[in-house]
Design a protein around this ligand. Structure first.
Ligand SMILES: Cc1cc2nc3c(=O)[nH]c(=O)nc-3n(C[C@H](O)[C@H](O)[C@H](O)COP(=O)(O)OP(=O)(O)OC[C@H]3O[C@@H](n4cnc5c(N)ncnc54)[C@H](O)[C@@H]3O)c2cc1C
Length: 325
């Protein structure tokens, strides 16, 4: 959804219990998670985290946030990757530590823009050697300094090339990003952007996680076009961000091109400076949004947690999904 933060390097994660403690059966390919859930008629619930910037943030994530999230029994966690690879090691460290410590499947995000093939290969090998079996294959945003991209002689221009590359190497379940309102830089219209998503799926993506949006009709139009017109069969899972503050959501929406509907803006404005009222409303709005998405046939939900457990907990509870087995 958003750019992950850069992280410090330290050995705290290494002090968590060793890989030997992981029941190998608890770490799954995400395409199998979706297939099993579909057979059982239940939604796949995933939670996105970013690598904390500081040691204190990491301690909070592992000592408070993750234990609270684990009580919800999500199907998997995804861990973001910093723009230009700034959290490369940290993404894998966090994903690995969650699998070792909490025995829950993780997915490592990976961007390819301005990254040489050899570096991508090293990342995938590192992920594989740590038992990380799922990757979200992304292009990433172009670097602010265009010279940086040129200096690195990138081997990949678009994410479908990364998907193809990972698929050829084998061993991973691959996810890709979808945009119900079309990608913010796509000037040719949403159907063209969605046809390009079809190309990523044809290249080997097993599932799609979407950018955040606030009007479910955008998701349903996206889903109906991909399934009905383009014959897509992989899960298209909506990404939902619970609003935490007015300033933050305005910034995020502008960054990723999500539309804030006028009635949502006026509702947020009606709370004035009451931050608690905004956050309570954010949870209520997201809960209703999630409920309607599942009722409309979404295969699951991907929650942008911003490394907090409170909103995700309230949403799972609202949906009657907290702690399900
Ligand atoms: C669920 C999710 C998680 C994310 N996680 C991260 C993260 O961890 N780190 C991070 O840096 N960013 C992340 N992002 C943001 C993402 O990297 C940006 O939105 C990026 O600008 C596009 O990535 P993409 O993989 O969709 O690119 P692409 O699929 O390559 O598409 C990018 C643009 O190129 C166009 N395009 C695609 N193929 C072609 C073609 N053949 N010819 C011409 N144009 C084409 C598309 O229409 C689109 O406008 C995430 C986004 C989502 C939805």
């Amino acid at each position: 959804m958003t750019r992950p933060m850069s992280a410090s390097s330290d050995s705290r994660l290494a002090r968590l219990p060793a890989t030997a403690g992981v029941a190998s059966t608890s770490i799954k390919l995400i395409r199998d998670i979706y297939a099993d859930a579909r057979a059982l008629g239940r939604p796949v619930m995933s939670i996105e985290l970013f690598p904390p910037k500081t040691e204190k943030g990491e301690a909070t994530l592992f000592e408070r946030t993750l234990p609270a999230l684990q009580a919800l029994r999500p199907d998997f966690y995804s861990v973001t990757y910093g723009a230009g690879g700034s959290t490369r090691d940290k993404t894998l460290d966090i994903a690995d530590a969650i699998q070792r410590h909490h025995h829950t499947t993780t997915m490592a995000h990976l961007t390819c823009i301005s990254t040489p093939r050899a570096e991508i290969e090293r990342y995938l090998e590192d992920a594989r050697s740590r038992g990380i079996r799922n990757v979200l294959a992304l292009r990433g945003d172009p670097p602010q300094d265009p010279e940086a991209g040129r200096r690195n002689e990138p081997d990949f221009e678009y994410s479908y090339q990364l998907v193809e590359f990972i698929r050829r190497r084998g061993g991973f379940s691959i996810g890709t990003a979808g945009f119900p309102e079309s990608h913010v830089t796509c000037t040719e219209g949403r159907h063209v952007d969605w046809q390009r998503l079809k190309a990523k799926i044809d290249a080997g993506s097993d599932f799609v996680l979407t950018q955040l949006f606030f009007d479910n009709d955008d998701y349903f139009a996206f889903r109906d076009y991909l399934v009905g017109e383009l014959g897509v069969e992989v899960p298209l899972t909506p990404g939902v961000l619970p609003i935490l503050s007015r300033e933050q959501i305005t910034r995020f929406a502008a960054l990723c091109g999500a539309t804030l509907p006028p009635d949502l803006i006026s509702r947020l404005e009606s709370f004035g400076d009451d931050a608690t009222a905004v956050a309570d409303f954010g949870v209520e709005f997201a809960s209703r949004q999630c409920e309607a998405l599942l009722a409309g046939g979404a295969p699951g939900l991907h929650l942008y947690s911003l490394n907090r457990a409170d909103a995700a907990t309230a949403i799972f509870k609202h949906l009657g999904l907290a702690g399900r087995s």
